[in-house]
Design a protein around this ligand. Structure first.
Ligand code: NAD
Length: 254
């Protein structure tokens, strides 16, 4: 078990990559704190982990709201005394070229995808600094490295998360805290299904086009990304600091 005895907080873990990662962490011996803004989905994840013999609790919070995030972190600390691993995973999609995006829609993507990394980190870091130990994994995307049509707000936030990861690593290395980023390609989750349905007249043709851009020839599964996050969360990656881990089926280099 690679995370035996670890306490891990995962944001946006009620669905998709976050949920699959929470389940994997629990199987690897971690106690997982499942966060989501969607109470029903978050509770379901925690309960399904408990039903399979894992250790989990659900804590509701909106990662864009400082009061809500602070309370989540305080409740987690009260329950377990520490947080060893923070996976800043919660995120939303954003579609459109700059001239098509309303300012409010731009702000919401920035709030969830960037502020949603800043706030959980801000409130968890003091506890990690005090213990001189911690591991933070930030959810970026391969879109941080490549240009894709009509993804202006989304790519801006994921590029920013990668830059923030490097900056955080420099600030917190002296506290024995590692900070790395994971950069998935297109992974079939509710997030991607919704994006494809709302953005394309023919979602099947869009999926076929995405596949041709990937050296793998097929889309990823949440498990593919979860395995990468597990590697970053474990001591096996102990020499990785401030680094991007691509989990994209070869889209960046294709
Ligand atoms: P998903 O929609 O299945 O899961 C995202 C979860 O985040 C949902 O349960 C949602 O309720 C939660 N969430 C949204 N806003 C929140 C908020 N304000 N506070 C707390 N929770 C909130 O999506 P997914 O595909 O699993 O995506 C997870 C992360 O992976 C996102 O950051 C996404 O940008 C990133 N990502 C996904 C892909 C992909 O192809 N699926 C590729 C690269 C990066």
């Amino acid at each position: 078990m690679r995370l035996k005895g670890k306490i891990a907080l995962l944001t946006g873990a009620g669905s998709g990559i976050g949920r699959t990662t929470a389940e994997l962490f629990a199987r690897e011996g971690a106690t997982v704190i499942v966060n989501d803004i969607d109470e029903a989905k978050g509770l379901e994840t925690a309960q399904s982990i408990q039903a399979s013999g894992g250790s989990a609790m659900f804590l509701h919070a909106d990662v864009t709201d400082p009061g809500s995030v602070r309370m989540m972190v305080e409740n987690a600390i009260q329950a377990y005394g520490r947080i060893d691993i923070l996976f800043n995973n919660a995120g939303i999609s954003g579609v459109g070229a700059i001239h098509e995006i309303e300012p409010e829609a731009w702000d919401r993507v920035v709030q969830v995808n960037l502020r949603g990394v800043f706030l959980p980190s801000k409130y968890v870091l003091p506890y990690m600094m005090e213990r001189k130990s911690g591991n933070i994994i930030n959810m970026s995307s391969c879109i941080a490295e490549i240009g894709l049509a009509r993804r202006a707000s989304y790519s801006a936030t994921k590029g920013a998360v990668l830059a923030l990861t490097k900056s955080m690593q420099v600030d917190y290395a002296k506290y024995n805290i590692r900070v790395n980023a994971i950069l998935p390609g297109t992974i079939m989750t509710p997030f991607v299904e919704q994006y494809l349905q709302s953005s394309y007249d023919d979602p099947e043709a869009a999926i076929a086009a995405i596949k041709t851009r990937q050296l793998s020839g097929h889309l990823g599964k949440p498990e593919d990304v979860a395995n990468g996050v597990l590697f970053l969360a474990s001591d096996e990656s102990s020499f990785m600091m401030g680094s991007p881990l691509y989990m994209d089926g070869g889209v960046v280099f294709g």
